[in-house]
Design a protein around this ligand. Structure first.
Ligand code: TTJ
Length: 652
C-alpha cells in the first residue's frame, strides 16, 4: 500500500454525462436540500483531508454572485498526471463520477455526503467551478464550466475550460480552494441558507476535534462570519447539548477505539433528567434512525453496568438485572463511527445497517467501559450512574403497578374541545384543510379571509412545546398540542389512525422569520414523532407567504423572495410602491387570502419525511431550548421564506 496518495489512487468508474439528465439520482433532489448537498459534497472533501490529519482549517464563503467558496489548508489536490486517464488528478476529481479516494480502501478516507457521489457531480450541476491549489510551493489554477452546445442544443456539463496551469511560485502553505456556482437552470432555488449551513458546520466542528471551520456571508452587502472550533470534540458536543440541564458529573466520559477497520468514539454524560438522548453519526452523517452502532453501544452499556452492579452486589443474588432503559435515563451520548462501505437503511435512509458495526462498537464499548468502571479514580462518576439506574428501576417498578395507558389517553378525550379552532362548515375530509397559524393576529385575519366551507383555522399562541425533549405525558399535557391532536381527530403514537383524519391538508402557516421557522420545526418534529403517517402520506404542508408587495398604478405583485423582488422592481421601473411584510399579522384578511390561502394562487410546499426528520434533527440538536441572543438571528436569516431546507414545491 502506497502512503503517497496521488492521482494514481483515484479510481475512475464512469463519465459525467448522466448527471444533468437526472440530477436527483445524484444529489437527492433539485430542491433547496439538493442545492445544499452540493456544498456538503465539497465540504466533505475538505473535512476528509482534515480527518486524515493534513488540514486543520476550512473556510467557507457565500459570495455575492451566488457562488460559494470552500478552502482548506491540506496538502492540495493532486496535480500529477493520472496514469490511466492521461489527465491531471484534479481534473479526474472534477470530471469523473465517483472519483476521489472515497471508494478506495487503501487510503484512510471515510468521506460522507449522503450520496457520496463526489465533487464531479457538483461540477456537472454548476454554471462554473474553479479550483486553486497550493502544492510544492507552487500555485495552480483550473476551471470548468457548463456550456451550451450550439450543435446539439444541449448543455455540456462541467467542461474543462481552463486546463491546469501554474500561476507561479507560492510562499503560501499548501491547500485547496474550490469555488462553484450552482446552475439556476438545475435547481428550484439557488440561494444558500446561512443558518442551515452554520448549523451543519457547527456539527462538523464538534465531530472533528480541533478543526476550525468558518462561514462568511458576503451576499447583499452582508458581512457576517461565524467560526467553530471545539478542542474537546464529542465531549464539547455533549456539554453543549447539556448546557441547560444539570449534569451529574462535570466531565463527560470519553472513549475511542478501532476494530476491523471500524473506528468508534463516544462521549457520555448523565443529567438529573429522564430522557434518553443518544445521537449517532456515521462518517459525520447523522443516523437519526439509529441502527447497528446504537444497538451495539446499548448492548455493551447494559452488559457492563449490569456485570458491575452484580459484582458490587447492587443487584443481589436472586434479583433480576436492570433493564437497558434503566441505564439510559438522563443519558446524553454522542456516538461517532467511521467506516467504509456504509449501508443506510430505514425510512429516511438514516439507519446504519452494517452488522459489523454492531460487533465493533459493542466490543470497543465493552472494553473501554469496563476499564473505566474498574478505575477507582472514576468512583464518583460510577456511583452517579449506578445511583441513577437504581432510581430508574425503582420508579419503573412503581410505575408498572400504577400504569394505565388508557387513563393517560382519557385525559385527552376529556379535554375541553378545541376552544380556539374555527372549524370549517363542510364535512368532506378529503376536501378540508386545517391551517395552523402562528399568532392570534394572523389567526384573526385567516379566520376572516378564509373560505369557511373547507378551511379551518387553528391559531397558535406562543410556541407549542418542543415535542422532542418531553415525555409523552408532557406532550399530551401541552394545550397547543392537545388542541392539534383533537382537531385532527387521529390520536397519536400507536393509537394513530389516519382513517379519522378530518383534514386532507394540514397547512402550517408561520412567519417568514426565525421564530416562524422554529415553530414550524417544532410542529414537524411533533408530527414526525407522533403522527408519522400524516407526513409520509403527504398531508402536511407549509404555506409560503410573500415578503413584499410591489405596486404601481393598478398593478400589484407579491414577491416571495429577494430575487422576485429585484425582478419586479426592475420591470416596473421608477415610481413603484413597496411594502415589506414583517409577519403574517401585518396582512389584512383579503391579502392573506389572496397570497397565501387561495388554492388558486397560493404556494404550498408539501413536507416529506426527510424534511420532517431534518427538522427533528435541527430542533433536538441545534435549537433545543436554548435562548440565543436574538440579535444573532436577524442578520443570519435575511431570507427565510423560500430559502430553507424544506423546499420541494408541489402545487399552486
Ligand atoms: C490528494 O493527493 C495529494 C494529497 O491530497 C489529496 C487530496 O485530495 N487532498 C485534498 C482534496 N485536500 N482537499 C481536497 C479538496 C478540498 C476541497 C475544498 C474540495 C475538493 C473537491 C477537494
Amino acid at each position: 500500500m502506497s502512503e503517497n496518495y496521488n492521482a494514481d489512487s483515484i479510481r475512475v468508474l464512469e463519465g459525467l454525462d448522466a448527471v444533468r439528465l437526472r440530477p436527483g439520482m445524484y444529489i437527492g433532489s433539485t430542491s433547496a436540500r439538493g442545492l445544499h448537498h452540493m456544498l456538503w459534497e465539497i465540504v466533505d472533501n475538505a473535512v476528509d483531508e482534515a480527518a486524515n490529519g493534513f488540514a486543520d482549517r476550512i473556510d467557507i464563503v457565500l459570495n455575492d454572485d451566488g457562488s460559494v467558496t470552500v478552502e482548506d489548508n491540506g496538502r492540495g489536490m493532486p496535480i500529477d498526471i493520472h496514469p490511466q486517464m492521461g489527465v491531471t488528478g484534479v481534473e479526474v476529481i472534477f470530471t469523473q463520477l465517483h472519483a476521489g479516494g472515497k471508494f478506495d480502501t487503501s487510503n484512510y478516507s471515510y468521506s460522507g455526503g449522503l450520496h457520496g457521489v463526489g465533487a464531479s457531480v457538483v461540477n456537472a450541476l454548476s454554471e462554473w467551478l474553479k479550483a486553486d491549489i497550493w502544492r510544492d510551493y507552487t500555485e495552480y489554477h483550473i476551471g470548468f464550466a457548463s456550456v451550451y452546445d450550439e450543435e446539439t442544443h444541449k448543455v455540456i456539463s462541467g467542461k474543462l475550460v481552463t486546463p491546469l496551469k501554474k500561476i507561479g511560485k507560492s510562499e503560501k502553505k499548501s491547500g485547496s480552494r474550490v469555488c462553484f456556482k450552482p446552475d439556476r437552470t438545475v435547481f428550484d432555488s439557488v440561494v444558500f441558507n446561512f443558518d442551515t449551513i452554520a448549523k451543519r458546520l457547527k456539527e462538523l466542528a464538534f465531530l472533528n476535534k480541533g478543526l476550525t471551520i468558518s462561514l462568511k456571508d458576503e451576499r447583499h452587502g452582508a458581512d457576517v462570519t461565524k467560526e467553530f472550533c471545539f478542542d474537546g470534540g464529542l465531549k464539547d458536543f455533549v456539554l453543549y447539548l447539556n448546557e441547560d440541564k444539570n449534569p451529574l458529573f462535570p466531565e463527560p466520559l470519553f472513549f475511542e477505539g478501532s476494530k476491523d477497520n471500524i473506528y468508534f468514539q463516544a462521549a457520555i454524560q448523565y443529567t438529573d433528567g429522564y430522557t434518553e438522548s443518544i445521537y449517532s453519526y456515521v462518517n459525520n452523517i447523522p443516523t437519526t434512525e439509529g441502527g447497528m452502532h446504537e444497538t451495539g453501544f446499548k448492548a455493551a452499556l447494559t452488559k457492563v453496568l449490569n456485570d458491575y452492579a452484580r459484582k458490587e452486589e447492587i443487584i443481589k443474588d436472586k434479583q433480576a438485572p436492570f433493564n437497558g432503559e434503566d441505564f439510559r435515563e438522563g443519558i446524553t451520548a454522542l456516538l461517532s463511527v467511521k467506516m467504509n462501505n456504509v449501508q443506510f437503511e430505514g425510512q429516511t435512509k438514516t439507519k446504519l445497517g452494517n452488522s459489523e458495526a454492531r460487533v465493533a462498537v459493542e466490543a470497543i464499548t465493552t472494553e473501554k467501559l469496563t476499564l473505566f468502571f474498574q478505575d477507582y479514580k472514576n468512583d464518583a462518576v460510577v456511583k452517579a450512574i449506578l445511583g441513577k439506574a437504581v432510581e430508574a428501576a425503582r420508579v419503573r417498578e412503581a410505575a408498572r403497578k400504577a400504569k394505565d395507558v388508557a387513563r393517560k389517553r382519557s385525559t385527552l378525550e376529556g379535554a375541553p374541545l378545541v376552544g380556539k379552532l374555527s372549524n370549517c362548515t363542510g364535512r368532506n375530509a378529503a376536501e378540508n384543510e386545517l391551517f395552523i397559524v402562528e399568532g392570534d393576529s394572523a389567526g384573526g385575519s385567516a379566520k376572516q379571509g378564509r373560505e369557511r366551507r373547507f378551511q379551518a383555522i387553528l391559531p397558535l399562541r406562543g410556541k407549542p412545546l418542543n415535542a422532542e425533549k418531553k415525555s409523552i405525558d408532557q406532550v399530551l399535557g401541552n394545550e397547543e398540542i392537545r388542541t392539534i391532536i383533537t382537531a385532527l381527530g387521529t390520536d397519536i403514537g400507536e393509537y394513530f389512525n389516519i382513517g379519522n383524519l378530518k383534514y386532507d391538508k394540514v397547512i402550517i402557516m408561520s412567519d417568514a422569520d426565525q421564530d416562524g421557522a422554529h415553530i414550524r420545526a417544532i410542529l414537524l418534529t411533533f408530527f414526525y414523532r407522533y403522527m408519522r403517517p400524516l407526513v409520509t402520506e403527504g398531508h402536511v404542508y407549509i404555506a409560503l407567504s410573500p415578503l413584499y408587495r410591489v405596486s404601481k398604478k393598478d398593478e400589484i405583485v407579491y414577491c416571495y423572495d429577494e430575487t422576485e423582488l429585484d425582478a419586479a422592481t426592475e420591470r416596473m421601473g421608477r415610481g413603484y410602491q413597496l411594502q415589506r411584510y414583517k409577519g403574517l399579522g401585518e396582512m389584512n384578511p383579503e391579502t392573506l387570502w389572496e397570497t397565501t390561502m387561495d388554492p388558486a394562487k397560493r404556494m404550498l410546499v408539501r413536507v416529506n419525511i426527510e424534511d420532517a426528520a431534518e427538522a427533528e434533527h435541527m430542533v433536538t440538536l441545534m435549537m433545543g431550548d436554548k435562548t440565543e441572543p436574538r440579535k444573532q438571528y436577524i442578520s443570519e436569516n435575511a431570507n427565510f421564506n423560500k430559502v430553507d431546507t424544506l423546499l420541494e414545491r408541489v402545487e399552486g
